[in-house]
Design a protein around this ligand. Structure first.
Ligand SMILES: *[C@@H]1O[C@H](CO)[C@@H](O)[C@H](O)[C@H]1NC(C)=O
Ligand SMILES: *[C@@H]1O[C@H](CO)[C@@H](O)[C@H](O)[C@H]1NC(C)=O
Ligand SMILES: *[C@@H]1O[C@H](CO)[C@@H](O)[C@H](O)[C@H]1NC(C)=O
Ligand SMILES: *[C@@H]1O[C@H](CO)[C@@H](O)[C@H](O)[C@H]1NC(C)=O
Ligand SMILES: *[C@@H]1O[C@H](CO)[C@@H](O)[C@H](O)[C@H]1NC(C)=O
Ligand SMILES: *[C@@H]1O[C@H](CO)[C@@H](O)[C@H](O)[C@H]1NC(C)=O
Length: 435
């Protein structure tokens, strides 16, 4: 019971203090600082930390005053530099306080901002928003400055709270100050706020290039199966304002097609040297017969150009047995090199298929076999009949064992023998009218 009471006692007086922000201000200007946290039902108290005095609400003629969440300096004076605290009183009697530091910089000719800039840098495409202006009701921007020199010219478009620089370049980087006026009870105050602008290097398009698929590619499919067709294109350096990579089916964009069968997803990424790529995948839920007649076209567009690549689908040839696949390959070859190893002899897997294929190739075609004995086989009893037959007829070419142990030792005899059994290579013929 006692512990419970004790806990309540503690929490009643619990106060959290946080050090937070620093405000850099110019002497003689209006300044408003904001307590970082806010909620509609809470009460605020502002203190000057050095004097521990509460800063009261506005009275007739007061220069520094509090107004709920805000502390006003109308205008600032050098002696305002120091630390201030805002205390938030919550309804459960808890409080939370924030310490804030104010530096007032003495006015100096030709200097329009304090050396430290507290507003975030603008690294955009040319829009620079005037900082803090939203804290002042009915403020009006009088002038923009770059590095304290008034900005003028057709490249600058001025709007209510920002300027816009047309096609910003490296030379546009710098300190941008907005000076606005704030009218309070008939008194006019200057306010200036400065932020750094860093131009983004401009993007540049490259002739769009589809990396895959290749135009006229034929893709093997199965009826009823799903299919994903990926198209990747390079569009330029850096993110492009116009960048489209999309799929058409018989010249109809996928977005107009039956959504339950076709849809596409796009993502983008930057590669080496900030090259900008987009990649769009067309998903087909279920391949139908009519898809085999269709043209699937990937279209890549940027502000410079457009390019296309068209692929078609064809049915996968029915799942061919190993023996006939091997045989087909053998038929296409003039020589068949067989490496005799212990592993081959002991390998039971697909031995039957290989046997049939080898037999057919040797019997039915004029393919010549070359047997390379990579390891000492000993007796050839375990070998397939067709291999034993060839060995009996022509023997094997033996890899010299010591070459494996001493790779530097010559094995030229082995290679000479291999070359001897290979077909003649045709030397490129001389031009017909030479000599
Ligand atoms: C404000 O507070 C900081 C530390 O919180 C202290 O270093 C600084 O001297 C104070 N400034 C003044 C003017 O008291
Ligand atoms: C807050 O403090 C006041 C005055 O000390 C007290 O009357 C009130 O009951 C307290 N409220 C809470 C929620 O503790
Ligand atoms: C803002 O830009 C200045 C000048 O380039 C740089 O020194 C500073 O670190 C930048 N600040 C931030 C928060 O990026
Ligand atoms: C806003 O300021 C302008 C001059 O800067 C003044 O003419 C106008 O009356 C002000 N409006 C309000 C609502 O205070
Ligand atoms: C505001 O600043 C301008 C330019 O620095 C100056 O001419 C003017 O007197 C200032 N106004 C006030 C009320 O301080
Ligand atoms: C597909 O493209 C080819 C070649 O451009 C064309 O001959 C054929 O008519 C096209 N098929 C369809 C269905 O559009």
């Amino acid at each position: 019971m006692m512990g419970y009471v004790h806990l309540i006692f503690l929490s009643t007086f619990l106060s959290v203090s946080m050090t937070s922000e620093t405000f850099e201000a110019m002497e003689g200007e209006a300044l408003v600082i904001k307590c970082p946290q806010w909620s509609s039902s809470v009460k605020f108290t502002w203190y000057h930390m050095d004097t521990s005095k509460i800063i009261p609400a506005e009275e007739e003629g007061s220069r520094v005053f509090s107004s709920k969440r805000f502390l006003w300096f109308l205008p600032t004076s050098r002696e305002d530099s120091g630390n201030y605290t805002c205390v938030i009183h919550f309804s459960n009697n808890r409080t939370k306080s924030f310490d804030m530091s104010v530096h007032v910089h003495p006015y100096k000719r030709g200097i329009c901002f304090p050396s430290q800039i507290r507003y975030p840098n603008d690294t955009g495409r040319g829009k620079i928003v005037c900082p803090t202006i939203d804290n002042y009701k009915n403020a009006t921007i009088i002038q923009w400055y770059k590095d304290c020199k008034p900005l003028q010219g057709e490249r600058y478009f001025k709007a209510e709270k920002y300027i816009f620089i047309n096609n910003p370049r490296k030379e546009d980087d710098g300190y941008y100050t907005c000076r606005f006026i704030y009218t309070h009870k008939g008194n006019i105050f200057n306010v200036s706020a400065t932020r750094i602008f860093i131009s983004k290097e401009k993007h540049s398009p490259l002739p769009p290039q589809i990396l895959f698929p290749k135009d006229k590619d034929v893709i093997e499919v199965e009826l009823g199966a799903a299919l994903s067709l990926k198209c990747q294109a390079r569009l330029g350096i850096k993110k492009q304002p116009i960048a489209v990579v999309t799929w058409d089916v018989d010249n109809v964009p996928v977005r107009y097609l039956d959504f339950s069968r076709f849809n596409e997803k796009t993502n983008f990424f930057e590669g080496r040297a900030q090259e900008y790529y987009r990649e769009t995948t067309l998903h087909i839920n279920e391949i139908k017969k009519e898809d085999l007649q269709a043209n699937f076209t990937c279209v890549a567009v940027n502000e410079m150009h457009n390019t296309k690549a068209t692929v078609t689908l064809q049915l996968k040839a029915p799942r061919e047995d190993t023996a006939s696949a091997i045989e087909k390959m053998m038929q296409k070859s003039r020589r068949l090199i067989i490496l005799l190893t212990q592993q081959l002899i002991n390998c039971k897997e697909s031995a039957y298929d290989q046997h049939i294929a080898l037999y057919n190739a040797l019997i039915q075609n004029d393919t010549k076999a070359i047997l390379l004995e990579m390891e000492t086989i000993g007796n050839y009893e375990k070998l397939q009949e067709s291999l034993k037959f060839i060995i009996k007829q022509q023997g094997t070419i033996k890899w010299k064992e010591e070459h494996t142990v001493h790779p530097q030792s010559s094995n030229s005899r082995f290679w000479k023998q291999v070359r001897y059994h290979m077909p003649l290579t045709l030397k490129s013929s001389y031009p017909a009218n030479a000599g």
